[in-house]
Design a protein around this ligand. Structure first.
Ligand SMILES: N[C@@H](CCC(=O)N[C@@H](CS)C(=O)NCC(=O)O)C(=O)O
Length: 193
């Protein structure tokens, strides 16, 4: 979504996570952490964290601005990005990966095989609800998540709300302010990729 919002054209290589291509030798040679996304720079440097990738792209392609124009705006974007990833996305992942049969022995991303812990399913769901409550309150006060305009924080929150659907949490129906905002973001061309 970030790349689409920027309107930039970056050659992309799809990695078939369903068939564990990320664990194969070819991908490990690119990213030994066995996760996507990865951005390879022209000098051969490799970035393996979404936030680092977005930060780099923002520095190279400043328009449209997606990560804040001054220090205070940037801090707000990072504030909501981190809250969304830690309290929301990882909570959803905790529920999903500790429950789904397909993730047996793959409860955490990366090269190591971690077994599922069933107790984390409920805990993750509860944590995700707390995040959605906080997000709903925020969106009651602000048109978008971090600033008055669409930013990276909206992308992170949108992806997390979509992910919550995978653990059968009816977010847009339960939290009205999220429902209003979700309808707006879902209409952006970048959301239909
Ligand atoms: N902290 C990394 C997390 C990357 C990550 O966990 N990616 C998932 C896909 S969303 C992945 O690569 N999963 C591989 C797997 O499940 O083995 C980031 O924000 O970019």
């Amino acid at each position: 979504m970030f790349i689409a919002e920027k309107g930039i054209d970056i050659p992309a290589v799809e990695v078939d996570l369903r068939h564990e291509e990320q664990l194969g030798d070819a991908f490990r040679a690119v990213n030994p952490r066995c996760t996507v996304p990865v951005l390879e720079l022209d000098d051969g440097s490799v970035l393996t964290e979404s936030l680092a990738i977005c930060h780099y792209l923002e520095s190279q392609f400043p328009d449209p601005n997606l990560m804040g124009l001054d220090g205070q705006e940037q801090a707000m974007v990072i504030e909501w990005y981190e809250r969304t990833v830690v309290d929301g996305f990882l909570a959803a992942a905790e529920t999903f990966r500790n429950r789904a049969k397909g993730f047996k022995g793959r409860a955490i991303t990366g090269p190591d095989a971690y077994e599922q812990i069933p107790q984390l399913v409920e805990r993750g769901y509860h944590r995700l609800e707390r995040y959605m409550e906080a997000l709903d309150q925020r969106l009651g006060d602000s048109p978008f998540v971090a600033l008055e305009r669409f930013t990276l924080a909206d992308i992170a929150a949108f992806v997390t709300v979509e992910f919550a659907g995978w653990v059968k949490m009816p977010v847009a129906e339960t939290w009205p302010h999220i429902g209003r905002w979700h309808g707006v973001v879902a209409h952006r061309p970048s959301a239909s990729l």
